[in-house]
Ligand binder design. Sequence first.
Ligand SMILES: Cc1ncc(COP(=O)(O)O)c(C=O)c1O
Length: 475
Amino acid sequence: MPPQGFLYENVADNIARRISSGALLPGERMPSLRALSSELGISISTVMQAYGILESRGLIETLPQSGHFVRRSPQRSLELPSITSPDIERVSVPGNRMLHDFLRSVANPLHLPLGCAAPSLDYLPVKRLASIMGRVLREQPEAAMNYQFPPGLPELRRQIALRSLNWMGELSADEILITSGGMDALNLSLQALTKPGDTVAVESPTFFGLLQVLEHHGLRALELPTSPQTGIDLRALDEAAGMRRIAAVLLIPSFSNPLGSLMPEQSRRQLLELAGRHDFTVIEDDIYGELHYSGRRPVPIRGYDREDRVVLCSSFSKSLAPGLRIGWIAASGQRRLELEQLQFNSTIGAPSLQQLALAEFLASGAYDAHLRRFRRSLRDCMEQCSYSVREHFPRGTRLTRPSGGYVLWIELPAGLSGLRLFQAALAEGISIAPGPIFTSQARYASCIRLNAALQWNEQVGNAIRRLGEMARELG
Ligand SMILES: Cc1ncc(COP(=O)(O)O)c(C=O)c1O
């Protein structure tokens, strides 16, 4: 099979094989950029990119004024955080005072944004989107300035439904409701499927926005033990559902925020079996589903659902541009009608200009081309970021290993406070997310979450090195 991927990735993989086979020995000097470029007939910048990847994988190192060398001692690997152990006998109405400080830190444009799960704008097709928007405004000004009532622009709904073919899904445009981003989709779904006082099960830790939505609707959060690799512990869910009625399970099965976990196919099917047995609905937040680093896109839980148990929510905020504020819900029949009514009551409808432009962007095929590039960039950023954490954080630190998405979860050695690190980092203009905002229980005090979707540069590298130093100083 011909090699896939970018040339620099293929070159990096080839050299990695030479290192693992022993053809290149530890401590051996790597060929100079110029020598390898003329040997392989590729540009010097391609060799530089390949060496960058090898460095981020911990296979080679650069010694000042001497060049590149095969690493003598492989970089230490960090253990994964253990499966979490929240109290499943406790349900609480979430409310997090710490969140205010965090949100202020991410809103400050002067802070380096390692706290907020947002990508570098260099990765987004900003110019292309802007030019489509300009054209839509010139050619269809009335449509762009008019209401777009629920369920949303038919062509956009059709394009979203078509994309479900990528996971052999059969969504129809009639099931799709266009929303103002993912948060709106989750808000509307919870409002339609639960009533105040109901219990909703979530991963622990989970995206703080989900906890906020639960609080907003007067719902109780039941936090479930969650593995950084495979997501929620289904045995604990089964046990908890035997103790009390659970109205809904609200989860991020693909490249979750903040653990980056990926629920295996078997668990997705088992969850549906539990949903049938205990009679709860699954609200699936698939916002990172398209952002796998290799292989195929995970099939959403909705793809295995034969009993109409799942309401699928997503958004273009993570995969295309957060500022578009366009998300969607897939729900059928009466549910969709109810959601439409709720949307009308809250925002009337999602913004028209964005819907028109996005429909055109999707129809042009540009989205898939963007996703292919973006996934590679995210994977490279994640590798660089993980490498840097392994290099600079104190011994005993634990680190997740996501296979998609944006975020890294770091568990500092026992006794070190993620909150104090958050404060110390802010004083140096670096924003990170402290662990306790991802729970409604008093947990994850020694954890932080980093946004790894930033284009790697000296500033980001220095910031992670500084975080590691500050963590050591706290010890
Ligand atoms: C898991 C998850 N769901 C939903 C959202 C919010 O999405 P949107 O910006 O489309 O409202 C986020 C944003 O960070 C998220 O991480």
